[in-house]
Design a protein around this ligand. Sequence first.
Ligand code: SF4
Length: 447
Amino acid sequence: MRLPIYIPVLPAQKYSCHGCGSCCRDFTVQLGEADLQKLHEQGWKERLGQEYVVKFRGHSWLKQTDDGACVFLGDNGLCKVHAEFGLEAKPLACQFFPFMLSPNVRDTHVGISFACGSVIASKGADLQSHRGDVRRMSELLPASTPVPVKLQDKLIASEAEVSMVEAALDVWMSKKNISPAMRYQGLAWLITSLLRANLANVRGEKLRQLLSTLTDAVEHELPLLDWPAPTPRAWKLLRQAVFTRIEDPKIGDLLKRGKVASVLGQLSRSRKWGAGKGISPQTAGFLSIDFARFESTVGVFANQFAGDGAPDNALAKNVAPTHPLDGASGAAMSQQQDQAAMDDLLQRWIRATILGGRAWGSGLYGLPIDQGLGLILVNLLTALWLARFHAAGAGAKSASLLDLQVAVGRVDRTSGRAVWLATAGERLRVKWLSHSDSLRLLVRALV
Ligand code: SF4
């Protein structure tokens, strides 16, 4: 039996491959038996004159060159396997990217990776237009049976309950006429409330009522809450979370350095990130800078125009606005466009993550809904932090759309892929941040 395919309805999110080749760099691609067989039959060892598979921890991976590129990436920026034998000759993971299929209670949800430049920029065709390709990909996988989703701990969620949570968060995320600050602080408050609730007592219709009460109350509640600055411990845990999301070690490097040296190096870098003092360790895509420079940047939406008002959605779509910005200076206009586009990017990312099945269950390490949402919130915090860090590296005082695109791309590269994000240590970090109310305080400090 094949589960039906569910592609989220997100008109603002487009995608078509523009052949930038960025997914052929920097990604470690695991190979299955069928992939190995296919590549072997294509005779690549003789064609390349070198080995193209590397063995690591009992699995087979595509070999990478010293600069992190796939061994099959040609000088023209195109995949040699694709050029020679066509799309279906490539390993499955390469054919699927940026789509990610997650079997759920009732269907296979289709998520998309924001590590893809076209997805980040929302360039190309509607997601629904890829249905035929996605269907073909799903048929390459063994037929999947429904995968139960847990609501909290061992509580199995009903199909209706999963849909309720998806819908409630999606309604909040796509709400019009609220500021980005309200949108993301509200999201943090909603998720923290769910993480703290005993959901065993709130099943079925009661869960629907709870979600509706919470989403109705957000805008009234937020101004009534205390908003002390996050504690040093909260900042430290967030910097450690940043480290775990941007550290994506290359298998070739690990093999060259040896296990002990690699683990010690990782520990040392993790400590430096946690301490947040001195020059940051070298990290792909980010300059090494004095951590203190982060402090000189302002929140991602701190320069928001019109006070706490909502950005004009037309700006995010590059449509020339007629109001309320008539008469605004070029610089102010560009900043306003950037901020509207940044809100648009974060909305697309979070909505596509939740509706695409990447926020819990088989799309996120088998986590229950509450813990998965906590992890997604930490991903958001990490992206906001990294956007400012990237801006600081360029000597800017505030993050631009490009800084946020780099940050989201980097964070989404590891989400659901990096096994270390599924450890008990990461779960404890999320638990401490939510129970100390630090998740919402950090969001406030970073937006
Ligand atoms: S990153 Fe996206 S646009 Fe670039 S080659 Fe890969 S799938 Fe295509």
